[in-house]
Ligand binder design. Structure first.
Ligand SMILES: *Cc1c(COP(=O)(O)O)cnc(C)c1O
Length: 455
């Protein structure tokens, strides 16, 4: 059989509301051409993020009903703890309301003025929490990982030599080393087992704890199984167990690879640090057996973590992204290659060469995708990361991207076919894409609320 089918059937559905191109034009103008301002029901296919947008299984919904809401010692907590221990082997499991809460707790303890935390590429909330503590976040991604169309199996790998040099120079300032699997901000690219092992070894040599930002650990494990020698015959669980065996701790957003709509956790081996984390947890999130969550959430996460290890699911998941990537590549649409674990990233500078980065090519494409087909994507370029220098000139990031993140288990193959058709049509009509200017913006995280004007 050639077709990889969705490994589930649909028991409960949500309607999609259709709009016309004229209606969408008007709605987009009303919100100042910022897709975050749209009402979700005015979107046909919502690819803004894969975070918290998963469809839960019947067993997860059953878990929601079955959740134990006891304040202390809830049965659901013990199931949650046991499941995470089975997968990670880590000793202390601390539930939080989402990934950034785990980061906030960790870095309020180990961060602070003068500290530096290396990573392959820090995710924005990780960077923000590190910088908020007064510390510095440093990216040590391998050089090939920075080239959009360079084909390699593990473009998320950290440059181990750079890490060694970095630690030689800065050891006393580094409280821990992090590695993000898969590398979200670098295109959802995986990290190899060899790289995880090496980063762990170098960290140990310098006496530094090694933490995984493990939001997409199962997607990463599937890439290891299919791309790294020696792992073909291992189960996803075995691969995950090996990955985590090299780590001293992890932060996790359950909104990704735990297949739930809210939740997260922090897990670690150091009992003294765990106690300090729990002290912060009690003040900011809640009692250690529920953290920032309800018993029902813990139950749904535990079930989701079991389901994410299913190889049929992961095959369908990774194939969905690859399938969309193949269709686009065949039509000449420029994107980050190979496609990663959770999203397709269009290369906006190559997509519309006429629009310079300071006139937001990614924003222009994202708006066109919405008007053409009601698809909501996310600009990841000068709108999100652009800064002004002293003369008010825009300093752009290295890449101008448009991310189409695919929610887990929410869309079928025909939805993906439709998405490809819309993108290809916008690409063929790219001469019509208009430059944009920002007419209103807040001082921080401007992409969420800025208003634009078509030039
Ligand atoms: C989503 C994400 C986070 C933050 O998690 P939230 O649940 O959104 O707070 C941290 N790191 C990575 C790599 C992520 O993808």
């Amino acid at each position: 059989m050639k077709t990889i089918i969705e490994p589930f059937r649909i028991k409960s559905i949500e309607p999609i509301y259709f709009t016309t191109e004229t209606e969408r034009k008007q709605k987009l103008a009303e919100v100042g051409y910022n897709l975050f301002g749209l009402k979700a029901e005015d979107v046909i296919i919502d690819l803004l993020t894969d975070s918290g947008t998963s469809a839960m299984s019947a067993m997860q919904w059953a878990g929601i009903m079955n959740g134990d809401e006891s304040y202390a010692g809830s049965r659901s907590f013990y199931r949650f703890e046991e499941t995470i221990k089975k997968i990670t082997g880590l000793d202390y499991i601390i539930p939080t309301h989402q990934g950034r809460a785990a980061e906030k707790i960790l870095f309020s303890i180990v961060g602070g003025e003068g500290q530096i935390i290396p990573n392959n590429t820090h995710f924005d909330t990780t960077r923000a929490n590190i910088e908020f503590s007064g510390a510095q976040a440093v990216d040590l991604l391998n050089e090939n990982g920075k080239k959009p169309d360079f084909i390699a199996d593990f473009k998320g790998n950290m440059d181990v030599e750079k890490l060694r040099d970095f630690l030689t120079e800065n050891a006393e300032k580094v409280p821990l080393v992090m590695l993000t699997i898969t590398n979200n901000s670098g295109g959802g690219q995986p990290v190899s087992m060899e790289n995880i092992r090496q980063v762990s070894e170098v960290s140990k040599t310098f006496g530094k704890p090694f933490f995984l930002d493990a939001c997409r650990f199962a997607e990463n494990a599937y890439f290891i199984k299919t791309r790294e020698k020696g792992y073909e015959k291992k189960t996803i669980l075995e691969i995950c167990q090996e990955m985590f065996s090299y780590a001293d701790g992890m932060t996790m957003s359950a909104k990704k690879d735990a297949l739930v709509n809210i939740g997260g956790f922090l897990a670690l081996n150091d009992g003294v640090l765990a106690q300090k984390c729990r002290n912060v947890l009690v003040v900011t999130e809640g009692f250690p057996t529920y953290g920032g969550l309800a018993g029902r959430d813990l139950e749904a996460i535990a079930q989701g973590l079991e389901e994410i290890l299913d190889e049929n699911y992961l095959q369908y998941r990774i194939r969905t992204i690859e399938y969309l990537g193949e269709k686009l590549t065949k039509a000449g649409v420029p994107l980050i290659l190979p496609t990663g674990g959770h999203a397709v990233y269009l290369d906006a500078s190559k997509f519309c060469k006429e629009i310079p980065s300071w006139q937001f090519p990614g924003q222009s494409i994202a708006c066109a995708l919405y008007i053409k087909g009601g698809i909501r994507a996310c600009e990841i370029g000068s709108v999100m990361f652009g800064k002004y220098d002293e003369d008010g000139k825009t300093i752009s990031p290295d890449l101008e991207l448009v991310r189409l993140a695919i929610p887990r288990r929410a869309y079928t193959q025909s939805h993906i076919d439709y998405v490809a058709e819309v993108i290809i049509e916008v690409f063929e009509e790219r001469a019509n894409l208009r430059p944009f200017a920002i007419v209103e913006e807040p001082p921080l995280l401007r992409h969420f609320t800025a208003k634009f004007q078509e030039l």
